[in-house]
Ligand binder design. Structure first.
Ligand code: TPP
Length: 245
């Protein structure tokens, strides 16, 4: 019989996903694992996890990983890559981690053109700690720290990390994708592949921002959260290639 699909070996077999229904973290970590296998990079890979639901992956990953202090993943990845230039170093960070507490480290690593890859999961909210407002929370979107919804007068506007980093000279590749349907799942996989290849080719800083849903903290059923993602999140965070040097 012809084998047409098998579970990636980069996820520990004894583990069953503990992510909430409709959460896309598990989809993305599967894609990363498939790409590492297809590119024969599993033994060279080192993932620097952020703090939050994004960091829960350490439970599942069957390859090297480390968790950085909240927000500092790009700084940790910088040290790892500079001291082990032959390794493939990538961060996996949420919006609270990458764009809020870690903003300085994130922008500085991009500005230095560090030869690392960032996988940035933008679900518009702090997931693990109970739905506090993130830099990427939409105007009007409710958060536990903004129960009436984000109000620009009080909270400012959503931050667009791809566009902010696109103001810098150094970054090599910035793309925003999603995993809301099979077509976009494949686009995300290809974007991750390209970002890893850039690192192998020594091109410098690459980031794939993946716009995802958080049904639990958005207070929506998984299917309704997909509608919200497509109608509201994509309007604020349009998908596509922002830079490809
Ligand atoms: C220095 C520090 N401050 C605050 C926290 C609490 N904390 C843990 S996870 C988290 C939010 C993570 O949100 P995000 O990065 O969006 O990731 P998600 O859970 O949505 O994947 C916060 C504030 C912490 N662990 N360490």
């Amino acid at each position: 019989m012809e084998l047409v699909y098998s579970r990636t070996k980069t996820i520990r077999e004894e583990k069953v996903s503990g992510f909430c229904p409709g959460c896309m973290h598990s989809t993305v970590i599967k894609l990363i694992g498939e790409v590492l296998e297809e590119m024969n990079l599993v033994d060279k890979a080192a993932c620097v996890l952020g703090i939050g639901c994004c960091g829960l992956h350490m439970e599942y990953m069957a390859y090297d990983n480390i968790t950085a202090p909240h927000g500092r993943a790009c700084a940790v990845a910088t040290g790892m890559k500079r001291s082990n230039p032959d390794s493939l170093v990538f961060t996996y960070q949420g919006d609270g981690d990458f764009a809020s507490i870690g903003l300085a480290e994130s922008v500085s690593a991009a500005n230095r053109g560090e030869n690392i890859t960032v996988i940035f999961i933008n679900n518009g909210i702090y997931g693990m700690t109970g739905g506090q407002m993130a830099p990427t929370t939409l105007v009007g979107m409710k958060a536990s720290t903004a129960p009436k919804g984000r109000d620009p007068k009080e909270h400012g506007y959503p931050m667009h990390m791809c566009e902010i980093l696109n103001q810098l000279t150094a970054p090599a590749y910035l793309e925003r994708t999603s995993c809301n349907n099979p077509q976009n799942v494949m686009k995300t996989k290809n974007a991750i592949k390209k970002a890893f290849q850039n690192q192998i080719d020594g091109k410098g800083f690459s980031m794939v921002e993946i716009v995802t849903s958080c049904p639990t903290n958005w207070g929506l059923e998984p299917l309704d959260s997909l509608d919200y993602l497509e109608e509201k999140m994509f309007a604020e965070f349009p998908l596509g290639v922002i830079r490809d040097n």
